[in-house]
Design a protein around this ligand. Structure first.
Ligand SMILES: Nc1nc2c(c(=O)[nH]1)N[C@H]1C(S)=C(S)[C@@H](COP(=O)(O)OP(=O)(O)OC[C@H]3O[C@@H](n4cnc5c(=O)[nH]c(N)nc54)[C@H](O)[C@@H]3O)O[C@H]1N2
Ligand SMILES: Nc1nc2c(c(=O)[nH]1)N[C@H]1C(S)=C(S)[C@@H](COP(=O)(O)OP(=O)(O)OC[C@H]3O[C@@H](n4cnc5c(=O)[nH]c(N)nc54)[C@H](O)[C@@H]3O)O[C@H]1N2
Ligand SMILES: [Mo]
Length: 767
């Protein structure tokens, strides 16, 4: 560990001068001087959609409609550093495997297509046509069992690319289309679809102007969607209560200094964000929401007894919902001491927040990975919906469910057919449009793809972006298995560890980033993305490409498809690549209601909204109504009791990373600088378990059913203990460094999202 490590509580605001100086430092580190002018185009109607998060892009953009982390993402993409043939001639792949994630990506942008040469253990340059031809030949050879190939997508690729890619996979014969959202908001897609009939959030940006109460569960806005602090700041200044549930005291949920307000910057003043902060236990949200609902029922009983107006929206419940009585019976049957024990929160605190809720006429429930990445991740989301339904908070202005999506187009990719579940895709329409018989059986999601790699069913992996091997659990099992693959192909902008585990044949295909000019036969192209609020935006890159040898993602997908598939007169890949407008026409033909007049409407400032029936109180659910759901138990974390020395590990993102892309080693907002090898612990647990602040520990998985039986060592050593303000019984460390302790079978029951917000672990002092 370097001696630049500094660990001190951070009590400054989010945003403010800290954010400005962090931006300045990054532009130097990344050597990205030409990125600065690009910031003015970021998230603007005639500019490009930020490649960082998926937060909504307002119609009336601020002068600077970017945040600290959006700027970092732009600099990282527009760095002047390059990793080309000379780099790979100097460094063997097995040497690069010893490099940290940060160092690999810091080398800069990939510049030309590469093929792995086993004899020299190096990536060597190859021509595009040769690469396509060889990959096509190998895929054809595997086509007798199309389900042996996995087509993974990370959530950054555009709607146009995603549509072409899913069509390629289906024409090839498989629904193996796992997506990063399988590790992320799949719990949302399952829960909201069942409860409300739509798989996505029901809230629009303007709802934040009309809301009078916000619940905020398990989302770290200051690091992961900082532009969302603007509507939150405005709401807070209007006096809207913001009630937070989060085991960590995240600074972004506490105080914000808006870098776009000169006066606030000059006076170093701040806006308070959270009006109430509940440090819920990890996995304690079902219990916490049960407490809120129970208190609300008690308040409603009292109101009814006194002849005052009801606090439940009884008319809404009667007309629009199903299952309320069972749900209310469940809530009434839960004892307060059990709720307090499972949530870690006091009855009085929950009752006070229920009183605030009872007074609000329109409430939004915001949430992130703190709800979705648990064994009961789907039930967590259902509980939040239960809470909203009790007061009719779906389908009216200022109210609704607001999952904060991760990758900048992860929601949109699902909309245009990246789905392993065939029932989510209009296969009949694809069949008619392209004259083929699409596969009708279910494909693999992310966890199933890992299982397939482990047991040999999967033989080829095509990755459209992402860093699959780093993002998934159980690194020590997956990495060795990965090398047994027949074929691995990665379409990528930068080098990462997934690229360094070559199968028998491996290609690295470098692509244009979204901020770069995409010139095709039909002229400079525009792409589109869908944000967290189901609004679709045009995005036009104009920066000079990182290398003249790069192809766009649609061109790479088309190149692979042409080399692999038999010619089909109804599928003209060449015409699609020449003019992405024709891809949008094809998308419109597949989803005429969702994408009516796609090409015309995509330039609308603020994006165009896809129709969401639930927002109009039309419920495409089993009962035709919005569904209440009784949770299976109060605690979402993990079934079974591992004993007093077992802690719940929460894996976190720092303020200086985007998923597996580590920009640097500082987590300014949590006061940790110069290292990521830390384990945040509660002081009482440290005393109880006999580990000292600053000491070195090993973290070991304590899951009962994933023990040594399968022979995988699930440990991470060399972590430094940091005493931190979090609830007893849990600890926290960074993702992806902690992923080796997460067993692959530790995932949400219905969505299979890895349950990385609550992993049973033991902590051992280093020898
Ligand atoms: N700068 C930056 N931006 C990003 C990303 C990034 O890595 N860096 N990643 C993008 C992606 S793909 C995603 S999915 C999003 C992720 O954004 P978030 O949804 O914010 O995800 P995390 O940072 O993993 O953690 C979420 C929060 O949940 C809290 N938490 C943990 N366990 C629990 C629990 O049991 N209950 C509750 N109530 N809270 C809990 C944690 O303390 C943390 O504050 O951000 C996107 N934006
Ligand atoms: N323990 C733990 N594990 C987690 C999580 C957690 O909270 N805890 N979070 C999960 C979540 S929410 C997610 S979304 C996944 C993330 O999983 P992924 O989406 O697979 O991973 P990323 O780190 O976002 O991928 C980064 C890589 O994408 C490539 N890339 C960047 N831009 C582009 C582009 O424009 N085009 C192409 N083709 N490639 C590009 C670069 O090569 C870069 O190295 O991880 C999951 N894993
Ligand atoms: Mo994500």
């Amino acid at each position: 560990m370097s001696n630049d490590v500094e660990i001190q509580p951070y009590d400054g605001p989010v945003g403010g001068w800290g954010s400005v100086s962090s931006i300045a430092r990054r532009v130097r580190d990344d050597d990205a001087p030409t990125a600065l002018p690009e910031l003015a185009r970021q998230n603007k109607p005639d500019g490009f959609a930020c490649v960082s998060c998926a937060w909504a892009k307002p119609a009336n953009a601020h002068l600077a409609e970017f945040c600290e982390n959006g700027a970092k993402a732009t600099f990282a993409e527009l760095t002047r550093r390059r990793v080309g043939a000379e780099f790979f001639a100097r460094h063997a792949v097995s040497e690069l495997l010893g490099w940290p994630d940060q160092a690999l990506e810091h080398e800069g942008r990939l510049t030309e297509p590469l093929r792995y040469d086993a004899a020299t253990d190096r990536y060597v340059p190859v021509g595009w046509q040769e690469a396509f031809a060889d990959i096509g030949a190998q895929l054809k050879a595997l086509q007798a069992t199309p389900d042996a190939t996995v087509f993974y997508t990370s959530g950054r690729a555009s709607l146009e690319t995603a549509y072409l890619y899913q069509l390629f996979a289906r024409l090839y014969g498989t629904n193996n289309l796992p997506d990063s959202s399988n590790m992320c908001h799949e719990s949302t897609s399952v829960a909201l679809k069942a409860a409300l009939g739509v798989p996505v959030g029901t809230v629009k940006l303007e709802d934040f102007e009309h809301t009078d109460c916000l619940f905020f569960f398990g989302q770290n806005v200051g690091s992961n969607s900082p532009r969302m602090l603007h509507p939150l700041q405005a709401a807070s200044e209007r006096g809207v209560p913001i009630i937070v549930f989060n085991p960590l005291h995240e600074r972004g949920l506490e105080e914000f200094t808006n870098p776009q307000r000169p006066l606030q910057m000059a006076t170093r003043s701040t806006t308070r964000i959270a009006s109430r902060y509940h440090a819920v236990k990890p996995g304690g949200d079902i219990a916490a929401i049960t407490g809120l609902c129970k208190a609300l029922l008690e308040l409603d009983d009292a109101a009814q007894a006194d002849g005052r107006p009801r606090l439940l929206d009884t008319a809404f419940i009667a007309q629009h919902t199903h299952g309320f009585d069972d749900f209310a019976a469940f809530v009434r049957a839960q004892a307060w001491p059990d709720i307090e024990a499972a949530s870690g929160l006091r009855r009085s605190a929950l009752t006070e927040s229920a009183q605030v809720y009872a007074k609000a006429s329109a409430t939004i429930g915001v949430y992130g990975m703190g709800l979705t990445q648990h064994e009961l991740g789907v039930d967590n989301v259902r509980m939040l919906v239960n809470l909203l339904l009790m007061r009719g908070n779906i389908g009216k202005p200022g109210a609704g469910a607001c999952p904060v999506r991760g990758h900048s187009n992860v929601q949109g990719q699902r909309t245009v057919g990246i789905a392993e579940k065939p029932e989510l895709v209009p296969l009949d329409r694809l069949a008619a449009q392209y004259g083929f018989e699409p596969p009708r059986h279910k494909g693999m999601n992310t966890v199933e793809a890992c299982e397939g790699v482990l047991d040999g069913r999967v033989q080829a992996f095509i990755g459209l972006g992402g860093n699959f091997v780093r993002a998934v659990p159980d690194h020590h099992a997956i990495e060795p298995a990965w090398r047994r693959l027949q074929l691995t192909v990665h379409v990528a902008t930068k080098l990462n560890r997934s690229h360094l585990l070559p199968g028998a044949t491996s290609y690295l295909l470098p692509c244009l980033g979204r901020i770069e000019r995409d010139l095709q036969a039909g002229g400079v192209q525009t792409v589109s993305v869908e944000d967290s609020t189901a609004c679709i935006h045009a995005s036009r890159g104009q920066h000079a490409p990182a290398s003249e040898h790069l192809l766009s993602e649609p061109a790479i997908v088309a190149g692979l498809a042409r080399a692999t598939l038999a010619p089909n007169p109804q599928v003209d890949w060449t015409a699609w690549v020449a003019d992405y407008g024709r891809v949008r026409d094809a998308i419109e033909a597949t989803w005429p209601d969702q994408f009516a007049q796609f090409n015309q409407r995509m330039h609308q400032p603020g994006g165009f909204a896809r129709p969401l029936p639930a927002a109009q109180r039309q419920w495409n659910t089993e009962s035709g109504k919005a569904e209440f759901k009784v949770p299976p138990r109060l605690d979402a974390a993990f079934a079974g009791d591992g004993g007093p020395d077992v802690l719940r590990l929460v894996t976190l993102r720092s303020n200086d990373q985007f998923n597996t892309t580590v920009y640097g080693y500082d987590d300014r907002l949590r006061g940790i600088q110069g290292t990521r090898d830390v384990l945040l612990m509660n002081r009482d647990d440290m005393r109880r378990l006999g580990v000292a602040d600053g000491s070195q520990v090993t973290l070991a998985c304590a899951a009962a059913d994933a023990g040594p039986a399968d022979g995988v060592l699930r440990e991470v050593s060399g972590l430094r203990v940091v005493a931190y303000d979090l609830p007893p019984g849990c600890c926290a460390g960074y993702y992806p460094e902690c992923n080796p302790v997460v067993p692959l079978n530790h995932h949400a029951r219905e969505s299979k999202v890895p349950a990385v917000k609550s992993v049973p672990v033991r902590v051992r002092a280093a020898a």
